[in-house]
Design a protein around this ligand. Structure first.
Ligand code: HEM
Length: 549
């Protein structure tokens, strides 16, 4: 009976039943809508922007509107992070790290991490160099896959009259760039060679049409959703531990695939064993506990080996990276008790998890939408050609002169975070939010779908339209409601790095290549894979070099 009673003036929501709370109700909605963020958005339609739930042992409040989210994120009362098995087993049974800790412990550690990440690269020249270096490697890797392939000017001069006739008789299947076309005979109408290819550019002048066509076999079809992981991780890991991973590093690949799988099986708000902790013992596999532990153990082993390596080569006067800076503090006598070796490992794990998945997935969504919106791709390429040209790679210094590319970054992150939640907060004491009573220790979650995909704010939220971030003067304009990195004291620590990566990786690839839907394939779906953070479903692109400008 006690389990079914809601605290007085607790935010409205579905009824609570013993032990399960509102879990079944939410589960049903999730099945219907396909996603947890949609299930809670539906609840917000019914109960308002502040929804009260109980999932197993967890009392949760989900916020679904800008006003509620802004109020919560800007108040110290809600600066806690959730407690419990889920948040402790990941770091050896005690809350450690910077992602899921709070109060004085977190403040000291966050301050240290921010200061030293800045020292070794964040927001400084070193970061610029690192991101530019990785972008260059990424372009090289794409070029290698396309090696030996040249844009073929297969048909140069084409009598316009014949060309138009061919179009009318549908010898050309379509007249869109990046589409596949095939036709027979052109040179003087006697050659009966069959031409099949992807139309990359055309120019019509003086009664003639010039076609730039690349052979379909020569373009390379590549998986795009996972094309960026290692390069993204390298920008972060160089700063943290001075390491650059090779693309073929088998151990890293194994680790990343374990993490990807784990992230798809748990949610931002926990999973079965965190809400029903007894299930760890009764059903370790079904409740996700076994997989959670196994993946974390693998990450610990990996990080510990690197830490041992650093300890063996550590020189207090020659600090190479963030790990060294932390080791130096550990060796001093006046360090605060929160500075420990396990805390260093937990910070590395947090940054490893928070840093690589998020940026990689933002890039995944970016290229998914670039395939679906070829006009956006062309406009970006026109800006790249005008500002950078083709003789050198884009750099982060070009950024202020490239508002359209900057807008693509903002729009890609909106598409990514508009399908998920922020990291949960916790009420540090009994509080009030938009007139409701929030008891101490309640978990509070922002559903970013309610702001980043709100029709009233964006008009056409499902459309990939970077122009929405550009004002009448052609400058970047960011509405207040755009908060994919959170705000307040827990604001994301990697925003600068993440945006720089998405900007430069995208600009560098678009400078050299066109990305299109492979001929004969359906357009990729915009449905995502649910999980801690959403991922685009696996998709492929036909990558062809751009014709020389
Ligand atoms: C597109 C990429 C990214 C997005 C959308 C993103 C988003 C977020 C959000 C929404 C939060 C939670 C804020 C809150 O709880 O109020 C957060 C926190 C955090 N992010 Fe990011 N993030 C991204 C990339 C990164 C990167 C590259 C790093 C690596 C340095 C990083 C490190 C962190 C950390 C350490 C926190 C916890 C901050 C704290 O609680 O004090 N993030 N991020």
């Amino acid at each position: 009976y006690y389990d079914t009673r809601k605290p007085k003036n607790f935010p409205p929501g579905p009824p609570w039943i013993p032990v399960l709370g509102s879990a079944l109700h939410v589960h049903r909605l999730r099945k219907q809508t396909g996603y947890l963020y949609r299930a809670t958005a539906e609840l917000a339609q019914c109960y308002g922007p502040v929804v009260g739930l109980k999932i197993g042992k967890d009392r949760q409040v989900v916020l679904c509107g800008y006003e509620a989210i802004r109020d919560m994120l800007s108040r110290d009362d809600f600066d806690g992070r959730p407690q419990g098995v889920f948040y402790e087993t990941r770091t050896w049974g005690k809350r450690r790290g910077v992602l899921l800790t709070d109060e004085e412990f977190w403040q000291d550690q966050r301050r240290f991490v921010l200061r030293h990440l800045r020292e070794f690269g964040f927001g400084r020249r070193t970061m610029t160099d690192l991101v530019e270096q990785e972008a260059e490697q990424l372009v090289k890797a794409f070029q290698q896959k396309l090696e030996g392939f040249q844009v073929q000017k297969m048909v140069t001069v084409f009598p316009r009259r014949y060309f138009l006739t061919a179009l009318k008789t549908e010898q050309f299947s379509t007249f869109l760039l990046d589409s596949s076309i095939s036709f027979t005979s052109c040179n003087g109408y006697t050659d009966t060679t069959e031409y099949r290819g992807v139309l990359m550019e055309y120019a019509s002048h003086q009664g003639e049409v010039e076609l730039f066509l690349c052979s379909m076999d020569a373009g390379v079809v590549m998986s795009m959703h996972n094309a960026f992981n290692v390069y993204i991780l390298n920008t972060l890991w160089s700063i943290l531990a001075g390491i650059r991973f090779s693309h073929s590093d088998a151990e890293l690949k194994k680790l990343q695939s374990l993490l990807t799988e784990l992230f798809a099986n748990i949610d931002m708000v926990g999973c079965l064993f965190s809400q029903f902790p007894l299930l760890r013992f009764l059903a370790p596999t079904l409740s996700g506990y076994k997989q959670f532990m196994y993946t974390h153990q693998q990450v610990w082993i990996y990080l510990k080996a690197e830490l041992d390596n650093h300890k063996a080569t550590f020189e207090p006067d020659k600090l190479r990276d963030f790990m060294d800076a932390y080791l130096k503090v550990l060796s001093s006598n006046d360090k605060k008790p929160s500075f420990t070796e396990s805390q260093l490992l937990a910070i590395c794990m947090d940054l490893f998890m928070a840093g690589s998945e998020t940026t990689t997935k933002s890039l995944g969504f970016c290229f998914l939408y670039l395939l679906l919106y070829p006009d956006v791709q062309r406009r970006a390429q026109a800006e790249i050609d005008a500002v950078v040209g083709r003789d050198r790679l884009p750099s982060l210094n070009d950024r202020p002169k490239m508002p359209y590319m900057e807008a693509i970054v903002l729009e890609s992150v909106r598409m990514f975070m508009g399908r998920t939640f922020s990291i949960p907060h916790r009420a540090l004491k009994d509080s009030e939010l938009l007139g409701y009573y929030i008891p101490k220790d309640t978990m509070i979650i922002c559903n970013f779908n309610g702001t980043l995909m709100d029709k009233d704010i964006w008009g056409d939220p499902d459309v990939f339209r970077p122009e929405r971030f550009i004002d009448a003067q052609g400058s970047i304009f960011i509405p207040d409601q755009y908060t994919p990195f959170g705000f307040g004291k827990h604001r994301c620590m990697g925003e600068t790095l993440a945006k720089s990566n998405v900007f430069l990786f995208t600009a560098s690839l678009l400078q050299s290549f066109n990305f299109s839907i492979p001929p004969g394939s359906l357009p990729p779906t915009t449905d995502a894979i649910d999980g801690v953070t959403p991922s685009p479903k696996p998709f492929q692109a036909l990558v062809t070099p751009r014709a020389v400008g």
